[in-house]
Design a binder for this molecule. Structure first.
Ligand SMILES: Cc1cc2nc3c(=O)[nH]c(=O)nc-3n(C[C@H](O)[C@H](O)[C@H](O)COP(=O)(O)OP(=O)(O)OC[C@H]3O[C@@H](n4cnc5c(N)ncnc54)[C@H](O)[C@@H]3O)c2cc1C
Length: 406
């Protein structure tokens, strides 16, 4: 394995997005994952391409970022996404003033919303319950993460990046204030001496940082998704209430993906997966779409949100920012390493851009980011995406029904 200019640790959306961005700027990058690509949160997420509406009132800046990035992905990501639109629905008993608050907040962020009467909402989703009191349309969508990461991998490789799944980082040597060597195990079994290191290891970013003697305080939370048989749900369904368990239903061609929960996790490699989370997700989502209560369960899985919360660990998951944080470890006396944590699948490209801007500044690369303007290579070719997913062992559970089936 060659010595890269930049070693990217973590083959989720963020890491592979960083590799694509670096490659397009002419920087020689290698991305490694300890497992297959997409094996972390990215391949185990709910798969909502956020319009920003979910966060409009609580985090307008994050919402605007989602809106902008969802628009970019609709332009560049072809068959990696589905532009389904979304509905926010409040039911009798839900706080009506919250519906109003969200609608106003969406408008002030610039998210286009259209208010619908309950009968109009039922024209779009006939099986909505009779308890619907308010509804609005928002430009949410669906993202297929295995495909999205594969398209980023195709583009990155085509521009010179090396992609190495099953190559865990085992140790990082720091001398005189800089990373000098990184030991890779698994199928790589080698030591590399990169000029710069990007830590994009998601919920494991704290563990990777520790290898370099650094502290990155992660506060991951787990969430469950349950996929059930359901034909023909058009838009994403969101319950219009303050974020809680079981308030989003994601449409797939013959499934509905229900979720989710948020439970703090101490050890990202050893955490409980509790049946109550499955039960509560089905029960709550059935309030939005009653037939899912009795629908056959096809699969369920958990993912870990890579939340960064240095001083908020004790407060539990939902209050912690979903925004991303770029940690320049030059501030901790390791001059050639950056960690990129938090954020969302929807904003992975922006996270990569912010990271690569810093790296390029340090290694003396003047090229500008072009990832928002160039279609992802292969994104319109499902067969090529499927082959790439297989080649990099990149199949996550979120879109297991999509890959190989279209
Ligand atoms: C339950 C849940 C639902 C979510 N729903 C949504 C949603 O609907 N929409 C949305 O936009 N976002 C959603 N998210 C958030 C989103 O999934 C994540 O923010 C995003 O995928 C993080 O990507 P990442 O690449 O930073 O991390 P990850 O995808 O976790 O990638 C990190 C990678 O690092 C690797 N790694 C760890 N240690 C090492 C090592 N020592 N050496 C090499 N590699 C290593 C891991 O194997 C992993 O593949 C959800 C998250 C969860 C958990």
């Amino acid at each position: 394995m060659r010595d890269p200019e930049v070693l990217v640790i973590g083959g989720g959306a963020t890491g592979v997005g960083v590799a694509r961005d670096l490659a397009l700027r002419g920087v020689r990058a290698t991305v490694v994952d300890r497992d297959g690509l997409c094996s972390g949160a990215s391949g185990r997420s709910h798969g909502l391409l956020h319009s920003g509406a979910r966060y409009a009132e609580s985090d307008p800046e994050g919402a605007a970022e989602c809106l902008a990035e969802a628009r970019v992905l609709k332009r560049i990501a072809g068959a990696c996404i589905a532009d389904t639109g979304g509905l926010f629905v409040s039911l009798s008993g839900d706080d009506a003033s919250y519906f109003e608050e969200k609608r106003t907040a969406c408008r002030s962020v610039g998210i286009p919303v259209e208010t619908l009467s309950p009968p109009e909402a039922r024209e779009i989703v006939p099986e909505l319950p009779t308890e619907v009191e308010h509804a609005m349309q928002v430009p949410d969508g669906v993202v297929y993460p295995s495909r999205l990461i594969a398209a980023n991998a195709i583009d990155a490789s085509a521009h010179g990046a090396e992609i190495r799944p099953h190559a865990p980082v085992e140790s990082i040597e720091v001398r005189n204030g800089a990373v000098t060597q990184v030991r890779l195990g698994g199928t790589a079994e080698t030591t590399v001496s990169p000029e710069f290191v990007v830590n994009a290891a998601g919920a494991w970013a704290g563990r990777v940082a520790e290898l370099a003697g650094l502290s990155v305080e992660m506060a991951p939370t787990r969430g469950v998704m349950v996929s059930v048989e359901y034909d023909g749900l058009g838009p994403v369904l969101n319950r219009c209430r303050r974020p809680d368990d079981g308030d989003i239903v994601i449409p797939h061609p013959s499934e509905a993906v229900l979720g989710t929960t948020s439970v703090p996790v101490a050890d990202p490699d050893d955490y409980e997966t509790a049946d109550w989370e499955i039960d509560v997700s089905i029960e709550e989502c059935a309030k939005l779409l009653p037939p899912v209560a009795e629908a056959p369960i096809l699969r369920s899985w958990w993912g870990l949100r890579p939340l960064y919360a240095p001083e908020e660990t004790a407060r539990g998951g939902r209050g912690i920012s979903r925004g991303f944080v770029r940690l320049d470890h030059a501030d901790d006396d390791v001059e050639n390493m950056v960690s990129i944590v938090g954020g969302k699948l929807t904003t992975y490209r922006r996270m990569a851009e912010a990271t690569v801007d810093l790296v390029c500044d340090r290694i003396g690369c003047a090229a500008a980011c072009s990832t928002a303007d160039r279609p992802l290579l292969g994104a319109d070719d499902p067969a090529r995406l499927d082959e790439t997913i297989a080649a990099f062992d990149g199949q996550g559970p979120t879109d297991a029904d999509i890959v190989g089936n279209v």
